[in-house]
Design a protein around this ligand. Structure first.
Ligand SMILES: Nc1ncnc2c1ncn2[C@@H]1O[C@H](COP(=O)(O)OP(=O)(O)O)[C@@H](O)[C@H]1O
Ligand SMILES: O=C(CO)[C@@H](O)[C@H](O)COP(=O)(O)O
Length: 490
């Protein structure tokens, strides 16, 4: 029996899954990672730490399993810079790092405005994306910039350490903000306009294309034979593939630390308003629209840890059911660390609005979940304007709470399906490995099964519609106040 290893190179940790050639989950491994915050709003990690963690996982896996193909999924957008000896020049600058606001502004202006940028690269220049980080290095770390021979994304660095080959797959390339969505190649004009040498961009590969064998010395050490590696994909694209999303209209809502809503599409048509992202999927000629909330389950954790630290998740679910839809008048804005979709506002902050002396702590808790759901609904509504949403699959830690999944289904006014295996990008990465091993894409997609379908609560639709309108209006009213607060805090 062939076995596959799917590894997700996440921000808070690594996850490794050993999967049989029929898709059965055989074993699971994890490794925690630290994130450095050298200055407020900065976020960095040492590429070597990802490699140390992956190496640890490989050693543990090898005690029980011979692996035939390894696949990767990885945090998107984070920049790794290599020198002429293929050594990292400095720590990686991560997707959640916000230092590049001036570079994004300058680049958008120099390039003739946001619409032109979006029509080429599918997205605006956003703080989190890779290209503005290269520009930041050019302006702020001139010596480091001069040393750059290649740039990579996190999972690609690990693939390099494993195989010695340098490259990137299309799904991660499309998140760099210098990849042209029309030509499916690096955008020469953008690179040239900003004086970035095309040679530093890695070669492009399909996500399930074999990139090479694990280095001989390492295979020997692990006791493996003929272990191959595929390029892998961006974490969101891999996670979607891992729950069987392969046709236009199939969609995912993920309630993890951050929150995402994405829908697969055949359209070569980015969102020119720049509110939702447009990236290549791990499947050739398929793309996806995606909205990203920065603090989804993170907001709930904040409330739980500060005010309900003695409650476990079962009690949290009980408590929200002791309140009512609409949380007896409380609205929560889940913008603890600013927001990406739909506002693109780093100054936005969390708000509990409408508290009266009749409210209980359970109303606060329910309002938190409802506010996060409204944030996801913002992305859902924007995607619906671009394309048809045919089905919805729900994943992430928050989806373990069925009452919350019901609130999501009611707000989206459609059933949400719970996959049997909900392991994020790592399972999708193992599926990519299986395709790289020669299995048919359609057969691998059949691995995905669902354990439950949650229907909307039709009687609550009207009340959620009303509160959702109030939620949207609240941000509009407070936008100026958030700016004022940010100025005072500076
Ligand atoms: N039963 C639950 N009910 C609500 N939220 C939960 C529950 N279990 C976990 N969570 C939330 O999900 C989060 C983890 O989400 P997950 O998708 O596993 O990870 P991450 O996005 O951090 O990689 C936890 O931090 C917690 O806030
Ligand atoms: O920036 C994005 C997508 O645009 C994030 O979704 C990162 O890709 C998240 O990485 P993890 O939190 O899963 O490590």
């Amino acid at each position: 029996m062939h076995k596959y290893l799917g590894i997700d190179v996440g921000t808070t940790g690594l996850k490794g899954l050993v999967v049989s050639e029929e898709g059965e989950l055989l074993d699971s491994y994890s490794y925690e990672l630290d994130m450095k915050v050298p200055k407020p709003a900065w976020a960095e990690q040492e590429p070597e730490d990802w490699w140390i963690g992956v190496y640890e996982i490989l050693k543990k896996v090898s005690r029980t399993h011979q692996i035939d193909v390894i696949g990767f999924s990885g945090q998107m957008h984070s920049l790794v810079v290599l020198d002429e000896n293929n050594e990292p020049i400095r720590p990686a600058i991560l997707w959640c790092d916000q230092r590049t606001t001036p570079q994004c502004k300058e680049a958008t202006e120099a390039f003739g405005g946001e619409e032109k940028v979006i029509s080429k690269i599918g997205n605006p220049f956003l703080e989190g994306f890779t290209f503005p980080k290269i520009l930041w290095l050019k302006e702020n770390e001139k010596e480091n910039f001069k040393k750059i021979k290649k740039i990579l994304l996190p999972k690609d660095y690990v693939v390099f350490k494993l195989t010695g080959t340098i490259g990137i797959d299309y799904s991660d390339a499309s998140g760099t903000a210098c990849f042209n969505v029309k030509t499916n190649y690096w955008d020469e004009e953008i690179l040239e306009t900003f004086g970035i040498n095309m040679d530093i961009m890695p070669e492009l590969y399909p996500s399930y294309g074999i990139r090479g064998e694990v280095k001989e010395s390492l295979q020997k050490e692990l006791g493996w034979k003929n272990t191959k590696v595929v390029s892998g994909g961006a974490d969101n694209a891999s996670a979607a593939f891992g729950i069987g999303i392969s046709k236009a209209g199939e969609s995912m809502v993920s309630i993890g630390t951050s929150g995402t809503v994405l829908t697969l599409t055949d359209k070569k048509e980015p969102d020119l308003s720049g509110k939702i992202h447009y990236f290549n999927s791990v499947i050739q000629d398929k793309y996806y629209y995606m909205g990203v909330m920065l603090s989804a389950a993170h907001s709930l954790n904040w409330v739980k840890n500060r005010f309900f630290h003695s409650s476990d998740w079962t009690e949290i679910e009980k408590r929200i059911n002791q309140s009512v839809p609409g949380s007896n008048g409380i609205i929560f804005l889940p913008y603890l660390n600013g927001e990406r979709t739909p506002h693109r506002d780093p100054n936005a902050r969390g708000v509990f609005f409408g508290i009266s002396s009749l409210n209980t702590e359970n109303d606060i808790l329910r309002a938190t979940m409802e506010g996060i759901t409204f944030g996801l609904r913002d992305s859902f509504e924007l995607i619906k304007e671009k394309t048809e949403i045919k089905d919805m699959r729900i994943v992430g830690g928050g989806a373990k709470n069925k009452s919350w999944a019901k609130i999501v289904a009611t707000n989206f006014k459609m059933p949400v399906k719970m996959p049997k295996i909900d392991e994020g990008g790592a399972y999708g990465a193992a599926m990519l490995a299986a395709v790289g091993d020669g299995q048919q894409l359609e057969d691998v997609l059949k691995w995905v099964k669902f354990k439950e379908i949650i229907e909307p609560n039709y009687q609550d639709i009207k009340i959620y519609d009303d509160y959702y309108e109030a939620y949207k209006n609240l941000y509009k009213s407070l936008k100026g106040n958030f700016e004022e607060l940010a100025k005072i805090q500076k």
